[in-house]
Design a binder for this molecule. Structure first.
Ligand code: PMP
Length: 367
């Protein structure tokens, strides 16, 4: 994608002056394990329910702004009143709305990088300052003491659990402390929460922490990234603020219908999540095996549907995987704190076998 012209840049709002168009660098590949998508086939009965719901959805009417049917189904699933739920056009829209409603000029977001880069991007769109409390350079663990020290100086905070791209959890106890320390709202981004143990979800804190917002998405566990449906759970007055500033028709009728059918069929998705979790364990074990053979590879534990590895010349390894094997993984070498790190989505057993074999073969050649 082209860079912005100087002419247009001069016409844009000053705080957007350094922004460039984002290019997700989608390259058609045989095996695409680059975007933490769910690569498993959707359970057939669930897919049939979704198809039937889509076929029965009229297209001539505007969508229900608050996705009320879907909202009620999500609320019943999570054991809360529908007034605690707001649905959005993917988690991304809700993250942006969070910054728009609760960040802004003169406000500061507490951020814990390396983490999902969209937080800082949305903060910049909303003119919000970002206070970065970096994770440990080796283990990527949250620096709890530094976070709690920074929290009182910040207006809002986001912590990711499991974190993208490092795969680790923020403990429930720590999030409780963050909620107590931060004067404003604390968002826990649980986009990958279904791949971790249920007990690790910070939703259990919602009844005691009225400044907690928990973010979820159907993009990962449900394998519905293309439909763009996410939701937040928070106290009703917080949800009202999300509702007040959102674009009213952002969740289209087809997405609402598909998501409603999927959430109704949620039990059918559990075996897919279980399969990804057990493949994750196998992939991590195999990666340790590759390292044990003397190949230069470091791997971190993960509670999500991806694993992070560090290899020499990661950018070259990633390019060779793409060009020679048609396998796409994500290179984070450009990102501060993630030099030579590749993030590999956990795919089907066949896809994982391919990526493991390719990685071992390329590392042998590279040393
Ligand atoms: N949070 C995290 C940590 C993510 O990695 C992603 C997607 N990559 C999202 C939120 C947003 O997901 P979506 O917009 O597809 O719901």
């Amino acid at each position: 994608m082209a860079q912005l012209s100087d002419r247009v840049r001069a016409l844009m709002q000053p705080h957007l002056a350094s922004i460039e168009p984002y290019d997700p660098n989608f390259t058609p590949c045989r095996v695409n394990l680059s975007a933490n998508e769910n690569t498993y086939p959707m359970p057939a009965a669930a897919r049939a329910s979704i198809d039937a719901a889509l076929a029965a959805t009229p297209l001539n009417r505007y969508p229900d702004p608050m996705s009320n049917e879907l909202r009620a189904e999500i609320a019943a699933w999570h054991g809360v009143n529908p007034s605690w739920v707001c649905v959005g056009n993917g988690g991304d829209e809700l993250l942006y709305n969070f910054l728009l409603a609760f960040g802004g000029a003169g406000r500061t977001l507490l951020n814990c990088p390396p983490c999902f880069s969209e937080y800082a991007f949305f903060a910049s769109l909303a003119q919000t300052k970002v206070l970065d409390v970096w994770r440990d350079a080796e283990t990527f663990e949250l620096d709890r003491a530094a976070v709690l020290e920074a929290a009182p100086k910040c207006d809002i905070a986001i912590v990711t659990s499991p974190n993208n791209p490092t795969g680790d959890l923020a403990s429930v106890e720590f999030v409780r402390e963050m909620c107590a320390a931060c004067p404003g709202l604390v968002m826990v981004d649980e986009a990958y929460g279904e791949f971790a143990d249920a007990a690790s979800s910070c939703e259990q804190l919602l009844s005691e922490c009225d400044n907690l917002v928990v973010l979820h998405t159907l993009s990962k566990a449900f394998g519905m990234a293309g439909t763009r449906v996410g939701y937040v759970i928070a106290a009703p007055d917080v949800i009202d603020a999300f509702a007040a500033i959102r674009q009213i028709y952002s969740v289209n009728v087809l997405s609402q219908a598909a998501a409603l059918a999927a959430v109704r069929a949620r039990d059918q998705f559990a075996p897919v999540v279980d399969a990804i979790r057990s493949e994750r364990a196998r992939v991590i074990e195999s990666l340790h095996g590759i390292a044990a053979c003397g190949l230069p590879l470091e791997v971190w534990e993960s509670e999500a549907n991806f694993v992070l590895v560090r290899v020499p010349n990661a950018t070259r390894v990633r390019e060779r995987m793409r060009d020679e094997k048609s396998i796409l993984v994500r290179d984070f070498s450009y990102a501060p704190g993630l030099a030579d790190c590749l993030r590999i989505t956990v795919g089907t057993p066949e896809e994982n076998d391919e990526v493991l074999a390719a990685l071992a073969a390329l590392l042998k050649e590279e040393i």
